[in-house]
Design a protein around this ligand. Structure first.
Ligand code: NAP
Length: 301
């Protein structure tokens, strides 16, 4: 039976470390770290995510605020909000909550964020730094996966990995981060032929296709490490019951076959939020000239 890589527990340890670092450097910095979330429209899932991020900020001492525009807001209005936040000294991090309602151009909005405040790590400058292996703000979800693997004691050097998905948000940066950890990486996508065969060769399988239950047990190499990035809301089966979440992996059938697996919920999701907090504290320290960085979360011996 696979060992579960518990993102909920690890995220709590990251929060403790961040809370300590914020408290330690508050006097030198002169003000707490600030995160602003730019939200447009009333997508219910976005509402839940934004609420969770705000709560997590509160737990570590980051001052958060939500700039909420109606779905009818123009591109110019949202751009002006971002520009105001770029110039605001109380704001260290700006998160543009995706998806943006049509006809807004999300790519142009992300480009408008000051790279020093780009806590999502999606600005071309930060993605370029990632490709070059230079320090910078890293995309939160793949950074969270790397932390889960490190704290799960997974030896990455020289292993063969398959990442399913090539989005800028997850798949592409995931592939780059794994390569930088000396993993031999294949990135699959919707046009990949014989996906199951690629999966069966992988010692590490990262599923980020956004396809519920795509990966079944027969696709998984025995003793593989399986990371499930997908999040899908399953509507309640009948009135009075609750909606549940599931991933891209058929958890119940893959768990007995894998060596390690991330659950959904409680795997990658909480670590994505933890990395957003990490980036915000890092951006704050950089802006305020704090030396010493963030207290690291000790790795297992
Ligand atoms: P996305 O932008 O829709 O990208 C999906 C990628 O998967 C694309 O590259 C697509 O290929 C590929 N793909 C789709 N169907 C496939 C199939 N049947 N076989 C192989 N490849 C396939 O999605 P995303 O933003 O990367 O997110 C992926 C999933 O992760 C979603 O479920 C999302 O909700 C979840 N997510 C979770 C977190 C978290 O914190 N846990 C954070 C971000 C995203 P093409 O490029 O060829 O279209």
């Amino acid at each position: 039976m696979a060992k579960r890589l518990n993102g909920q527990a690890l995220a709590a340890r990251y929060e403790t470390s961040l809370r300590t670092s914020v408290a330690q450097h508050l006097t030198t910095a002169g003000c707490p770290p600030g995160l602003a979330v730019v939200r447009v429209g009333d997508d219910p899932a976005s509402g839940v995510y934004v609420g969770r991020k705000a709560q997590a900020c509160g737990r570590v001492g980051i001052r958060s605020r939500i700039i909420h525009h109606p779905a009818t807001a123009s591109q110019q209005e949202v751009l002006e909000s971002i520009c105001r936040l770029n110039a605001d000294p109380a704001c260290d991090g700006i998160l543009v909550q995706l998806p943006m309602p049509a006809p807004l151009n999300a790519r142009q909005l992300l480009l408008a964020v000051d790279p020093a405040k780009d806590v999502d790590g999606l600005h071309p400058l930060n993605l370029g730094r990632l490709v070059r292996g230079e320090p910078g703000l890293r995309p939160c979800t793949p950074a969270g996966v790397m932390a889960l693997l490190a704290h799960g004691g997974i030896a990455l050097e020289g292993i063969r990995a398959l990442v399913i998905g090539r989005s800028i948000l997850v798949g592409q940066p995931m592939g780059i981060m794994l390569q930088q950890a000396n993993v031999t990486v294949t990135v699959a996508h919707s046009r990949t032929r014989n996906l199951a065969d690629h999966c069966r060769q992988a010692e590490l399988l990262v599923a980020a296709a956004g396809q519920p239950g795509l990966v079944g047990a027969h696709w998984v190499r025995p003793e593989a490490v399986v990371v499930d990035v997908g999040i899908h809301r399953v509507p309640p089966p009948r009135q009075g019951t609750r909606a549940t979440l599931r991933g891209d992996v058929c958890f119940a059938e893959v768990e007995p076959r894998a060596s390690h697996i991330t659950p959904v919920p409680g795997g990658v999701g909480p670590m994505t939020v933890a990395m957003l907090l990490w980036n915000t504290v890092q951006a704050w320290q950089q802006r305020c000239g704090v030396v010493g960085g963030i207290t690291p979360v000790p790795l297992p011996r």
